[in-house]
Design a protein around this ligand. Structure first.
Ligand code: GDP
Ligand code: GDP
Length: 441
């Protein structure tokens, strides 16, 4: 069994029974509760098995939108992050207390997320209480299940409803995921140091220096409150920059390539001023060649405030200029105002999840068959090139070995086509894939 990790976030106002449900689901489903290291009480992750599929449960802590208390606001922002990465949300309410104004506020907030949501009416300890279930339809969600987390009542019903949202296959999430290695690339003056310093300035982030691989190279380790870790590679020149630049920094391709080589994902920084230049395209082609994940960060977007037409044209130019890395998402930010800087790491996570995905062999072969069946390509000898079967041999990058009769005669254009279709069919929307052709006699 394989697939992608599936994350279920449990939200609700305090005291409705979220933690109880969290523990019940993770324990009674014979799962090990594995609280990952570095996790604060804000967000707790656990593995669970629901309808025979592996899922990750996330307890979000209390969710109180609009609360004036600073501490509560902080918890809310943590919960918000959890919700953003969730594939399904269990919105827990208290069946004995009925709907409160906070529940309504939360419901309005959750509607905006446009994610699958199940309302879990908890504390229905006996059949006498079941009639209250219909009261909760006013919250505006279609899926409602009544349970008692404490007394383990109707958990099968809940499991059944959750199962409706589960893909056929899910992958167990590695909660002690390794550190995501990032290289920040781009021409001088695009705003790399401004961006990195903004990122490092984010709330409650632990930042530490790590010696790099060569003399005077320094990497920066970033730790989020929930334990996620990122290594910014070779940040010495980026972070410790004199306020006034006496000498113009020379763009070193070698240095950029060295950083890229060690990275999983490249943050390719462009600007709203210049869009994508020849030099940017050269870096992007290296990213492609090295099969690295990539997030294209268009900085200085503040310069286009109120210039919609110009922004559209620029975006088209960038998409076209980056057409050979169609899997690289594009994000527009401003290091100056801080706008959308906080969206960068969640985007990186999405890329990294795909970059780390393993696809079962039967799926690879089904896709391969579909892709190649109506394409006849021929070797120089005039013989038809056949693709026998394929399998994924690696992750990071996702690497596929495909057996064929003429591994050396496959046109580059067909290889590109094949990779794009494989990505499309196997769910690598934001990640490159690597294909190796092997001869089968
Ligand atoms: P959270 O703050 O939303 O995580 O809520 P907790 O899980 O800590 O539960 C709050 C209180 O509700 C605790 O005293 C639980 O024992 C109680 N509780 C949780 N589930 C149920 C239930 O199904 N029935 C009843 N009667 N009480 C419950
Ligand atoms: P680096 O050489 O790529 O590290 O670029 P810097 O971070 O040194 O930034 C180069 C120049 O661009 C500086 O003058 C910054 O103030 C400016 N800059 C950086 N980010 C932004 C932004 O988002 N908007 C605008 N308008 N200027 C920016």
């Amino acid at each position: 069994m394989s697939g992608k990790p599936f994350r279920i976030a449990i939200v609700g106002r305090p005291n409705v029974g979220k933690s109880t449900l969290f523990n019940t689901l993770s324990k009674t489903r014979k799962a090990l509760v594995e609280k990952s290291p570095g996790v604060t009480r804000d967000r707790v992750y656990a593995k669970a098995e629901i309808a025979d599929r592996k899922v990750t449960l996330i307890d979000t802590g209390g969710l109180l939108p609009g609360d004036e208390d600073r501490f509560a606001r902080e918890i809310f922002s943590q919960a918000e992050k959890a919700l953003k990465e969730a594939d399904l949300i269990l919105f827990v309410v208290d069946g004995q207390a009925g709907i409160t104004p906070v529940d309504e506020e939360l419901a309005a907030y959750l509607h905006k997320l446009e994610k699958p949501i199940i309302v879990v009416v908890n504390k229905l300890d006996g059949p006498r209480l079941d009639q209250v279930l219909s009261d909760f339809y006013v919250l505006g969600f279609d899926e409602i299940v009544g349970i008692s987390a404490k007394h383990k009542r109707n958990l099968d019903d809940l499991e059944e409803v959750i199962a409706k949202f589960l893909p056929e296959e899910t992958e167990e999430e590695d909660l002690e995921e390794d550190i995501v290695k990032l290289a920040v690339l781009g021409r001088p003056n695009v705003g790399k140091s401004s961006l990195v310093n903004r990122l490092l300035g984010e709330e409650r982030m632990i930042v530490s220096d790590v010696p790099g691989t060569t003399r005077d190279s320094v990497d920066t380790l970033l730790e989020l409150p929930d334990g996620r870790k990122y290594l910014l590679i070779d940040t010495a020149g980026i972070r410790r920059r004199p306020r006034i630049k006496e000498r113009v920094e020379k763009f070193s391709v070698d240095k950029a390539l060295e950083a890229l080589r060690r990275a999983d994902i490249a943050l390719m920084v462009l600007t709203a001023e210049e869009g994508i230049t020849d030099q940017d395209q050269k870096i992007l082609s290296q990213i492609d060649k090295n099969h690295k994940g990539c997030l294209i960060v268009v900085n200085k977007w503040d310069l286009l405030d109120g210039k919609r037409e110009e922004a559209n044209v620029l975006m088209q130019q960038i998409r076209y200029g980056a057409r050979f890395v169609p899997w690289a998402p594009i994000i527009t930010v401003s290091a100056k105002t801080g706008r959308r800087i906080k969206d960068i790491l969640p985007k990186v996570d999405e890329i990294y999840r795909e970059y780390s995905t393993r696809v079962p062999t039967w799926k690879v072969n089904k896709a391969l068959e579909e892709i190649t069946q109506d394409h006849s390509i021929y070797a120089s000898t005039g013989k038809r090139i056949k693709f026998y079967y394929g399998t994924q041999v690696e992750t990071r990058p996702p690497t596929f070995v495909i057996f064929t009769n003429y591994p050396d005669e496959i046109p580059k254009s067909f290889e590109r086509y094949l990779k794009n279709r494989l990505r499309e069919k196997l769910g690598f929307e934001k990640s490159p894939v690597k294909v190796i052709f092997r001869e089968k006699r």
